[in-house]
Each structure stands twice: as C-alpha cells, then as structure tokens.
Design a protein around this ligand. Structure first.
Ligand SMILES: Cc1cc2nc3c(=O)[nH]c(=O)nc-3n(C[C@H](O)[C@H](O)[C@H](O)COP(=O)(O)OP(=O)(O)OC[C@H]3O[C@@H](n4cnc5c(N)ncnc54)[C@H](O)[C@@H]3O)c2cc1C
Length: 437
C-alpha cells in the first residue's frame, strides 16, 4: 500500500524535468522542494526592478537538445542571443575573444603558439557528453591535459574558464567533462539568456506540476516495492522516488542506498560557488559581458559579469547590475561569512576590473551554493559509467552530477532519463493517493 505513485525530491531543473515527463505519461507525481521556490541552481530573484540570476547565467543554441525540446513543448523557445563577447583579464586589461571565433585571430590573451597547442590538444580528444569517461583523455585532470601545451593554455584559458564557470581547480578536476562541454555548446555567438530570468523554464514546468515547497526531505528508505520518505513531520510511502538533489545530499538522505551506488555517490563531490550581485545607479560600459579573471591576476575573484549587457531586462533603464563570482580558493571561506563581509571582499576586489563599481551602489545580493557544481574528480569519472548503468529501482537519481558535466542540460537530460527508467520499471499506477500536507 503506497500513499503516492512517484515522489520527486528536489525542484531544480532535473527534478522538474523528471516530474514533467512522468506527469505527461499519466503518472501521479508530486515534487518536494526544500526551498520556498523552485529552480535550485537555476533560480532568479527579482529585487527592486533588477532581475538577478542566482545560479545559471545562459544556455546555448548548441548542446542543449533536451532543454530545447522542453522549451518548444512549452512555447518558450524564443530565447534571445546575448550577442556580446567574453574576455580574459591579462596584464591590466581585458583581452577579448574568449570562446569566440575572433579569439583565434586576436588571441584572447594567448600567444599564437598557445592557441595552436590548445587547438591541437583538444581536436585530438573527442568527448561524448553522455559518456565523458569513455574519452581518450581518460581521467586526466585539466592541468594534466594542458601540461604539454604552452603554459598560457593553463593559466590564461583552461584555469580561468574551469574556475570561473565551474568553480573547479584544474589540478583536481578531469579534463574530459570540461572539453566535452566546450565542444558541445559551441562559440559564445550561440549563447542565449531567457527574457525575464533564467528560472523561466523551471517556473513554467512547476506551474504544470504538483509541487510542495518548503519541504526538506530528511530521509528516504528503500523497501520492497516502495520507499518511505520523511521530512517536515510527515512520513509517506511512494512506489518510486527520484532523488533530484546534489549527490552529497542524495548520499545523506538515502540512508540505505545499495552498496554498488555508494562509491560513486561518495566520490561525487561538489565545489562551492559564491556570487555577489551589485546593483548600481549607472550602467558601466564594457567591451565584453564577462571578464574571466585568472588566479595569477586575482586571489579572490574569478568572474565579473555585466548582467545588463547579458540581457537588458536584468536592470531597470539607466541602471546597472554586475555579478562577481568568487575564485575557488576564496569561495569556501565566504560560505559562512555575513553578507556585508562577502560584498566587501568581492566587490572591492572587482573594482579593479570595473571602474565605477564602488560608486553609485544601490544594493547587493549574495548567493551561496554549498553544492555549486559537480567537481568531476578523476575518481568520480572512473566510477561514473558503472553507476549510471546500475541505477534504476525504487529510488532513482537525477542531476547534473549523474554525467559529471556541470551544465543545466545535463540536469534536464538526467531528469528525463530517470523518468524513462521509472516508467519502464512500473508502467502504470492504479493506486489512490493519500492526502498529504
Ligand atoms: C553559479 C552557477 C552558475 C551556473 N551557470 C550555468 C550556466 O550559465 N549555464 C548552465 O547551463 N548551467 C549553469 N550552471 C549549472 C546549472 O545551474 C545546474 O547544472 C543545474 O541548475 C542543476 O540542476 P539540478 O536540478 O541538477 O540541481 P539543483 O538545481 O541543485 O536542484 C536540486 C534541488 O533540490 C533541492 N533540495 C536539496 N536538498 C533537498 C532536500 N533534502 N529535500 C528537498 N529538496 C532538496 C534544492 O533546494 C534544489 O532546488 C551554473 C550553476 C551555478 C551554481
């Protein structure tokens, strides 16, 4: 006897995608989300007319097939191109052309030799984003991948990109997921940001689903043909559970996870991410919308992003919104500091890269992600294939970490895959549902 057909734990984009597929297939699904809003790491806050993307910043025309399929289904597939370049900070100024075809000509801060080395090294290493562990790179780290190249490849390309966008240390994380992602999403000319905030898809999915927010699940216990779920003073049984939470949370919550799942869950660590969004009474101009800052240029800041250049609706007319992302070396220390301290550390330093950032500040918002992005360590990568081939059962999993590729498409894809496995295991449900809170 169960109370619920499918319980999806986690209202991020992976859980919502899973719940959407299951609901479409006629299943009784309920999403339980710990926060008071959906979206997880793809959420948006609206503050004093500013639209603040707390996690994900953009998607691409390329490399997001599952996301685009959902967007088309929901009539949301008109996503404007950003149409601005990215740059790298080197020697006191921005070098344009990072991830842009122009960068091959201008160099984006790299010498001709470094550019040629990078092209040669990455061409030789085709990575399948569905199976990054199967690439010829094996479990080599980003630093090991770059080692045979001119040293600028590590210091002014790979390190700023993996640290700035994934919070990774190149010495700790594997190259294959990074190169697979770069290859899949294509140049920055194809990158896009939703009108109205990056939570558009999450909100549209949630509006069509049964979602309970402010419900942190404490424990999931697999039993015979169902699982017991408890949290918030309530306990119920579900015939299937999709745990769409970061791997360390899944490991903690799923108290009797099978022995064959535990090694990967334990190895699947996350890097923390800390961001400060600074609201301004003016619009700083910049030749690029993102400045990636190498660790050799700043100990504390890894990215400065001009949100009002990413999409004009992110700030009211004439006003500016600038996001500063902490370096991986600094982020752990900022996780537990008060907001004003975090703002002081990051915005003061970012003033070196954005003239005018320290004046005309009208407000700020701090976002901290203890589980920012899956770290994709060599050990996790080595264990990934076996984990994915064995999941499926009363308790299933979804999230970007399942493929170790740190982008929202991996989360959407994993959610849809989890839904397909649930449907294959239990093709129908005829039970009646108990009234849960
Ligand atoms: C700073 C940052 C920038 C990024 N930039 C980009 C980008 O530009 N483009 C891109 O494609 N991707 C980007 N990403 C990655 C992208 O945001 C993630 O890959 C994606 O959002 C992950 O979705 P998810 O559903 O797997 O996990 P999450 O979004 O983390 O969802 C998990 C959900 O589970 C909830 N939860 C946790 N514990 C419990 C519990 N016990 N009970 C109930 N609910 C619980 C959480 O509150 C959360 O809502 C970025 C991520 C970060 C952090």
């Amino acid at each position: 006897m169960t109370d619920l057909d499918v319980a999806v734990i986690g209202g991020g984009i992976a859980g919502l995608a899973a719940a959407h597929e299951l609901t479409r297939a006629g299943r009784e699904v309920r999403v339980f989300e710990a926060a008071d809003h959906v979206g997880g790491r793809m959420a948006t806050r609206r503050v004093s007319g500013f639209v603040v993307d707390s996690g994900a910043e953009q998607i691409s025309t390329h490399g997001y097939p599952h996301t685009w399929e959902l967007l088309r289904r929901l009539g949301l597939d008109t996503v404007p191109k950003i149409g601005r370049q990215l740059g790298v900070w080197r020697g006191g100024r921005v070098r344009r052309g990072l991830a842009h075809p122009l960068g091959l000509v201008t160099g984006a801060g790299l010498s001709v030799r470094a550019r040629a080395d990078f092209l040669r090294a990455s061409r030789a290493n085709g990575v399948d984003t569905e199976r990054p562990e199967a690439s010829p790179l094996g479990t080599a780290t980003v630093a090991e991948f770059a080692a045979p190249c001119h040293r600028d490849v590590l210091e002014y390309l790979c390190q700023p990109v993996v640290s700035g966008f994934f919070g990774w240390q190149p010495e700790r994380s594997a190259a294959a997921p990074f190169l697979g992602l770069l290859g899949a999403i294509g140049p920055s000319t194809a990158w896009r940001a939703y009108d109205g905030g990056m939570d558009v898809l999450a909100r549209a999915l949630a509006a069509r689903l049964d979602v309970t927010t402010s419900f942190p699940v404490r424990e999931v216990v697999t039993g015979q043909g169902s699982a017991r779920v408890s949290g918030d003073g309530t306990e119920f049984r579900a015939r299937s559970v999709v745990l769409a939470v970061p791997a360390p949370v899944a490991r903690q919550v799923h108290v009797n996870a099978p022995a064959y799942e535990r090694p990967f869950l334990d190895a699947c660590t996350f890097t923390p991410m800390v961001k400060v969004h600074v609201m301004l009474d003016h619009r700083p101009e910049s030749p690029v919308y993102v400045i990636a800052v190498p660790r050799s240029e700043s100990p504390s800041v890894s990215v400065v992003l001009f949100d009002h250049l990413k999409h004009p609706d992110r700030a009211p007319d004439g006003r500016g919104l600038v996001t500063v992302i902490a370096s991986p070396a600094m982020a752990p220390a900022l996780l537990d500091l008060p907001d004003d301290e975090v703002v002081r550390v990051l915005a003061d330093e970012a003033g070196r890269f954005v003239p005018g950032l320290r004046t005309g500040v009208t407000g700020s918002v701090v976002h901290r992600f203890r589980h920012g992005l899956p770290e994709a360590t060599p050990r996790a990568l080595a264990l990934r294939g076996e984990f994915e081939s064995r999941i499926g059962g009363v308790v299933d999993y979804a999230g970007d970490w399942v493929t170790l590729i740190p982008y929202s498409e991996a989360a959407v894809r994993s959610g849809r895959r989890a839904a397909a496995r649930v449907l294959a295991l239990n093709p129908s449900y005829t039970g009646t549902r108990r009234q849960l809170r």
